[in-house]
Design a protein around this ligand. Structure first.
Ligand code: ATR
Length: 271
C-alpha cells in the first residue's frame, strides 16, 4: 500500500504542502501520497487516529493544531518540547506517535541558503508568539553574538527570552527598548497579515544587513518595504515554508530533497 501523508489544519485548503511534498516525492522517487485534511477545531486527535488506521504514516500540522499535536505525542524531540508545538508527526514502528518541529530548521536553512551569516551576528527577532518560540532554539544553536526578542507586549518577550537563556545570549523587551544596530532583523509578528508594521525606529540596520519576514505574499510585505527603504537586503518566508517541508520529508523518508526547483515553481505561482 502507498504510504500516506497529510497536512492537518483548519482551514487548510490554501496549503501549499501537498504540492511541495508531491514534488519532493517525485524528485526522490518515493511512492507516497500527500493530502490536505481539514480537521474540526476540537477534533484533531481523533482525526490523526483515524488517519493512521487508514495507512497514515506521518503528517504536517498547521494552524490551529500545533499545540494539540504537541500534547498527543508519545515521544517529542527536545526542540519540540521547548517549542511547545509540533509541525511534524510520524508513526514509529512500535505504533507510537513521534513529534518534532521543523519551522526553526526551515528558517535557519533558508537564511543559510541565502548566505546570511548567523554565527557572531546581532539578531533582532520581532514578536513573541508561537512562531517566534518555534525558531528560537535553531537560531541560538548558530551562536549569534546577541539575539534580542522585541514584542508589542514586552513581558512576553522577556519571559520567552528567559525560557531560552541557557542556549545563548538572548534577551527581550518592548519595541521601544530596541537600540543599536543589527545584522539580521526577523519579523515573526503577525502584523504583516494586517498590513501593519511593528513600531520601530529607523537606523536599526547595520551595513549589509538582512531583513527577513516569516510571512510571504505576491508582493513584498510592509516590513520588507520599510527595510528595503533603509538599504537592507530583504527576504520573505516562502523559502522557510519549503525548507521546513524538506526537513519534515527528510525525517519521514530519510531523503533530502532539493528545494530550489520547488521554490521557483511556488514563486512563479505567487506572482
Ligand atoms: P503566531 O503563532 O503567528 O506567532 P501568536 O502566537 O498569536 O501568533 O503571536 C502573534 C505575535 O504577533 C505576537 O507577538 C503579537 O504581539 P502581542 O504579543 O503583543 O500580542 C504580534 N502582533 C500581532 N499584531 C501586531 C501588530 N499590529 N503590531 C505588532 N505586533 C503584533
Amino acid at each position: 500500500m502507498t504510504d500516506r501523508y497529510a497536512v492537518f489544519g483548519h482551514p487548510v485548503s490554501h496549503s501549499k504542502s501537498p504540492l511541495i511534498h508531491a514534488a519532493f516525492a517525485e524528485q526522490t522517487e518515493q511512492d507516497l501520497s500527500y493530502q490536505a485534511i481539514d480537521a474540526p477545531h476540537d477534533g484533531f486527535a481523533e482525526a490523526w487516529k483515524t488517519f493512521i488506521t487508514q495507512g497514515g504514516r506521518g503528517a504536517n500540522v498547521t494552524v490551529p493544531f500545533k499545540e494539540q499535536a504537541h500534547l498527543l505525542c508519545d515521544q517529542l524531540s527536545e526542540r519540540a518540547q521547548r517549542a511547545g508545538a509540533v509541525n511534524t508527526l510520524w508513526l514509529a514502528t512500535d505504533g507510537t506517535t513521534h513529534g518534532d518541529t521543523t519551522d526553526g530548521l526551515g528558517l535557519v536553512a533558508d537564511l543559510q541558503r541565502n548566505n546570511v551569516r548567523l554565527t557572531g551576528a546581532r539578531i533582532l527577532l520581532l514578536g513573541a508568539g508561537g512562531a517566534v518560540r518555534g525558531v528560537l532554539e535553531p537560531l541560538l544553536n548558530e551562536q549569534p553574538a546577541a539575539l534580542f526578542v522585541a514584542n508589542r507586549t514586552a513581558d512576553k518577550a522577556c519571559a520567552l527570552a528567559a525560557d531560552f537563556s541557557d542556549l545563548g545570549a538572548v534577551s527581550g523587551g518592548g519595541f521601544a527598548s530596541v537600540t543599536g544596530q543589527f545584522d539580521v532583523i526577523i519579523n515573526g509578528t503577525s502584523a504583516s497579515l494586517g498590513g501593519k508594521l511593528p513600531p520601530l525606529c529607523d537606523g536599526l540596520f547595520a551595513d549589509g544587513s538582512v531583513a527577513y519576514d516569516m510571512m510571504y505574499g505576491a508582493e513584498p510585505t510592509v516590513f520588507m518595504r520599510w527595510a528595503d527603504a533603509q538599504g537592507a537586503k530583504t527576504l520573505d518566508g516562502l523559502g522557510m515554508l519549503v525548507e521546513q517541508a524538506a526537513a519534515s520529508f527528510s525525517i519521514w523518508r530519510g531523503k533530502q530533497p532539493d528545494v530550489t526547483p520547488v521554490l521557483a515553481t511556488l514563486r512563479q505561482q505567487l506572482s
